[in-house]
Design a protein around this ligand. Sequence first.
Ligand SMILES: [Fe+2]
Ligand SMILES: [Fe+2]
Length: 472
Amino acid sequence: MAGIDYTELIPNNVNLHENRRLQRALEDWQPKFLEWWKDMGPNGFQAKEVYLRTATSVDAQGWARFGYVRMPDYRWGIFLAEPEAGRQVNFGDHKGQPAWQEVPGEHRGTLRRLIVTQGDTEPASVEQQRHLGRTCPSLYDLRNLFQVNVEEGRHLWAMVYLLDAHFGRDGREESEALLQRRSGDADKPRILGAFNEKTPDWLSFFMFCFFTDRDGKYQLASLAESGFDPLSQTCRFMLTEEAHHMFVGETGIMRIVQRACELGREHKTDDLRKFGGIDLRTVQKYLNFHCSVSLDLFGSELSTNAANFYTAGLKGRFEETKKQDDHQLKAATYGVAELEGERIVTREEGALVSLNERLRDDYVADCARGVARWNEVIKKHGIDFELRLPHRAFHRAIGMFADVRVSPDGQVISQAEWDAKHRDWLPTEEDKAYIQSLMRPVTEPGKFANWIAPPARGINGQPVDFEYVRLA
Ligand SMILES: [Fe+2]
Ligand SMILES: [Fe+2]
């Protein structure tokens, strides 16, 4: 089961050839996917050879092979994690029943919506990032961008497999629609707000991987707990790929921070724009933006939808099975940040309706660990500056803080005060223009743009100056 069959048109470890109907549906979708990839995938690099990893099995050990691949030839396929023998529904009203191998009829619509919403983010991010290759800070970074892109493409395959295998004609229609929506399109936008934002530069890209992709990690982790076993198996393998995307974001920002510190010490100033660096204040503004739009992705603080997903056994908590409670939460409460007049207070709410907020808490804690590692770099250089996560109520468009103005340190403020200060908190047109002015491609192996430090090591044991993308 663990090995992936690459002799088939669609590589898979689900014995696809035994299900002719499904195989035909996916083989019919495959050329449409490739057309989408050529139209909306990385612009200008489709014919180049890229040093990519491809899944060869779903074992924890050695699941990937590395080699040069032209992206349209990447072997996108269907890879599920090993089934867990005797797995049960581990939470909600159906707790203790055997995990479902087929979609339970009464939850069909809800489950389809969950899968479509997750699936829609995967091609969306590829679309958002499609022009970045032209301004890469190095071949190393270019390769990492493309690795993330092909894997997001594969995540789309993962969701389309579930739709085609388990949702009949509706599923096939949704699979088509996933290729028809477009990030940022006025008529056919992607489903979630953050996935319609532009990713116009590499600072935004690294922030996106750190903050927005991490939302994906937490959504996948809670879907990996699902009582619907195929969804669980799919998401468990997606999470192993996702880890690399987190790495690209965290180390990308860390290298920008490091370079800022080096330039600051060398020139004894924090005004780095003269020297072509990205100052830490600008990093903080981009951090504030990307963190806040990503916090919105978790939805409203209090949500009966979230409660219903849980009670139905469809979507669990992060690390559900590691928690020591009744896994039904009917009587339990959870502390939720809420607005009380001009103050933000924590109030106990029913645990079921608070599940979005709980997942957001897990996410924030994870983000904070990354920010702490960036701050270690700053400290090591003896520079007096600390990057911070903005307060969760800052710059929100969804949930109970959407209608108030809140400063990054969590003070409810007036519109007038917001108008006076938001330029210090979020990237301005001037900031964006400066960052854009730095976006000049560096494509000589081993060379890096002036605004980012080289990585500590290369990919898969290769040297940093390895030719990660063959441009010639
Ligand atoms: Fe993904
Ligand atoms: Fe990702």
